[in-house]
Design a protein around this ligand. Structure first.
Ligand SMILES: [Zn+2]
Ligand SMILES: [Zn+2]
Length: 427
């Protein structure tokens, strides 16, 4: 950070664009597009500039670049924001295939001296790295990546005042601030029609974060569909908006987009366009770690619950409309009949206490759990109720097929054996 500050505190800014971006040992006075077209540096005068340091070999760069493209396109109508790619690639072929996906300018790959000079000048130590300069060449921020991820095109013009304003606004979200972007005030229907966001206001709206290439999302969709149809039959006015979460490989992007569009057609509700500037902003805002996720916005525009997936799977219709009171009542009902404390062979040193969690990892089956866990505070040890009470629960439920019981019994035997074995190893 200290090194950055010398650049940020440079009162003179970078008003001499030729000095900043032109050839360092040549008379180059232009930048290039991926079509090979040369663009005079003089033409950038009076524009805000994003100096974008990235490399095709970096996973986070490949993830971030399409998002910056979406934001860049959204801002293109303003005509005063330009991005300049400063590649850290070593191989020309890799540089070109990466730059091919960028609609902005680049320092020519051949000018490696300038690329290095810029990296040093801005103290770039990791990628992706985005420095934003104002129209006078003053550094507005060196945290462009974080700002773009958090606020998208709404962060424009990226001044400290605007960022403060956006941070304030984020504290009091509304359906409008969540879904509308400067270039779009509608969502799209499953047949591609524009539906104004105002039509969704005042209703219960589910934001369905969905990756078209991720198994758990594909498994949950039919359950959500059933839930949605039942509510509609009951005359409820729930609306759902699918928000695509791109997977992890950019090369598969085209297939992913196709498969997103196909799947959205079979969901009888709305969606945001694929790779809309808002998608990543929302994923970041709701701090998504688990997919699928269904954020519920109440009729008053307030967030009712951050993930209703488990509630739908476990409770179904009674969970609707996901108000905290309703969900806590259901959770109370669920634990009736369970002991407050148990001793379990997987953790026989301490008693486990029934405790409420929004999510936890079960130390028995290693899967993620929600709501109730039998928990040891001293050791941070969690067990699902079904993992802690497995056999008892089954007895209460009248018993499952014998084979299941046998498998469960063998599993718990194995778990207990592993626990003992671990203990032996410790000594
Ligand atoms: Zn478990
Ligand atoms: Zn313990």
């Amino acid at each position: 950070m200290a090194e950055d500050e010398s650049v940020l505190n440079n009162n003179e800014g970078f008003n001499d664009l030729m000095l900043l971006l032109g050839g360092s040992s040549s008379s180059r006075d232009y930048l290039v597009r991926n079509t090979g077209e040369k663009v005079e540096i003089d033409k950038l005068k009076g524009k805000k500039l994003g100096i974008y340091f990235s490399t095709s070999s970096c996973f986070y760069c490949r993830q971030f670049t399409p998002h910056l493209v979406a934001v860049y396109n959204e801002l293109s109508s303003k005509g005063d924001f330009e991005v300049i790619h400063v590649s850290a690639d070593i191989n020309a072929g890799e540089y070109h295939s990466y730059f091919d996906k960028m609609p902005w300018l680049s320092i020519p790959f051949s000018d490696s001296e300038k690329r290095e000079e810029l990296r040093e000048m801005f103290g770039v130590e990791w990628y992706p790295y985005l420095v934003i300069l104002d129209e006078n060449g003053e550094v507005l921020t060196a945290e462009g990546v974080e700002i773009i991820k958090t606020f998208g095109s709404e962060g424009y013009p990226f001044t400290p005042e605007r960022i403060e304003e956006m941070k304030e606004a984020a504290l009091n979200p509304s359906l409008r601030s969540i879904l509308v972007s400067p270039s779009r005030d509608f969502v799209i229907s499953n047949h591609g029609k524009k539906v104004p966001v105002s039509e969704l206001e005042g209703k219960v709206v589910g934001l369905y974060f969905f990756s078209p290439s991720y198994g758990p999302c594909l498994e949950f969709t039919p359950k959500l569909l059933e839930f949605y149809n039942k509510l509609k039959d009951m005359g409820e006015s729930i609306e759902i908006v699918t928000i695509g979460v791109p997977g992890h490989s950019e090369d598969e992007d085209e297939d992913e987009e196709e498969s997103f569009k196909e799947r959205v057609m079979n969901m009888p509700w709305h969606a945001l366009p694929w790779r809309d500037g808002k998608s990543m902003v929302l994923a970041q805002y709701f701090d998504l770690h688990i997919l699928p996720a269904l954020v519920i916005v109440g009729p008053d525009g307030k967030i009712a619950t951050y993930n209703a997936v488990e509630d739908i799977e476990d409770y179904g219709i009674p969970a609707y409309p996901f108000t905290p009171e309703k969900l806590s009542k259901l959770a109370e009902k669920e634990k009736a009949g369970w002991p407050q404390k148990v001793k379990h062979p997987l953790h026989d040193e301490h008693e486990l206490v029934l405790t409420f969690w929004s999510s936890f990892r079960c130390d028995g089956c290693m899967e993620i759990g929600h709501r109730w866990a039998f928990y040891c505070k001293e050791c941070g040890f969690h067990l699902h109720p079904k993992c802690a009470l497995g056999e008892e629960l089954e007895r209460k439920g009248g018993g499952g097929p014998t084979m299941n019981k046998l498998v469960k019994f063998l599993q718990s035997l194995l778990q207990a054996f592993v626990a003992v074995f671990k203990k032996l190893l410790r000594f």
